[in-house]
Design a protein around this ligand. Structure first.
Ligand SMILES: Cc1cc2nc3c(=O)[nH]c(=O)nc-3n(C[C@H](O)[C@H](O)[C@H](O)COP(=O)(O)O)c2cc1C
Length: 210
């Protein structure tokens, strides 16, 4: 079993990474592999809504989004981490997730279907719950069970050293990791016991135009 931990910060080893490391270490203790994916610090375009992904089966921009999509199909669960920038998710991770989730959907790749997910946010001080809400919306539109912890998944600090002092934040990360591992084991047991995936329906799109 493998969980992908996506670091959506421009800092490869900053605060978001430190929170994700606490998740990763606990996942490994629980027997679940933790694979890091850093989105990088090069400019990442937002989605230009060209819909080329329908034909290309990937994004028209060949950057870390496509690298991620190639790996995502083999992951069993996902944690997306973001720093808080102006009381919202960082611009790069927002562009990254818009394109990754849209390209995956339109290409019919199904990398996320019924795979558990969670968001982790990192802030110096404020904007954490708005960012947490923002990231969770990618999961709940994609039929991904959202794994929770004992608090909203956030750490505080301006440096990695600050985050290491946020004992409540780090505990929240460990509980999240254990809950994720437990969910994955339950899913595996259910599938082994023959519990089928739910019946699926064709999409109905009503754009409120009559
Ligand atoms: C452009 C920008 C905007 C920021 N806005 C906020 C904010 O609204 N609230 C906050 O608490 N911290 C804000 N910060 C601080 C970071 O969220 C915080 O230091 C975070 O822990 C950094 O995580 P990282 O090391 O993984 O990048 C901002 C930082 C930057 C660079």
């Amino acid at each position: 079993m493998k969980v992908m931990l996506v670091n959506g910060s421009p800092h490869e080893k900053g605060c978001t990474y430190t929170a994700l490391m606490e998740v990763a270490d606990t996942l490994e203790v629980e027997g679940v592999n933790a694979d890091f994916f850093w989105i990088g610090n090069k400019p990442l375009s937002g989605c230009i809504a060209c819909k080329s992904c329908v034909e290309k089966k990937k994004c028209v921009f060949n950057d870390s989004v496509n690298d991620f999509l190639d790996l995502a199909k083999d992951a069993d669960g996902f944690i997306f981490g973001s720093p808080v920038h102006y009381a919202a998710a960082g611009g790069a991770i927002t562009s990254f997730m818009d394109r990754a989730f849209y390209a995956d959907l339109l290409a019919g790749r199904q990398s996320f279907y019924l795979k558990p997910a969670a968001a982790v946010v990192s802030a110096r001080r404020a904007g954490t719950t708005a960012t947490f809400d923002q990231l969770n919306k990618y999961f709940t539109i994609s039929e991904m069970p959202v794994v929770s912890s004992r608090y909203w998944n956030m750490v505080h600090g301006a440096t990695s050293e600050d985050v290491k002092q946020d004992l409540e934040g780090l505990q929240t990360m460990r509980i999240l990791a254990r809950n994720m591992a437990w969910f994955l084991k339950c899913k595996e047991a259910g599938m082994k016991a023959g519990v089928p995936f739910p019946k699926r329906e064709e999409n109905i799109f009503t754009n409120f135009i009559r």
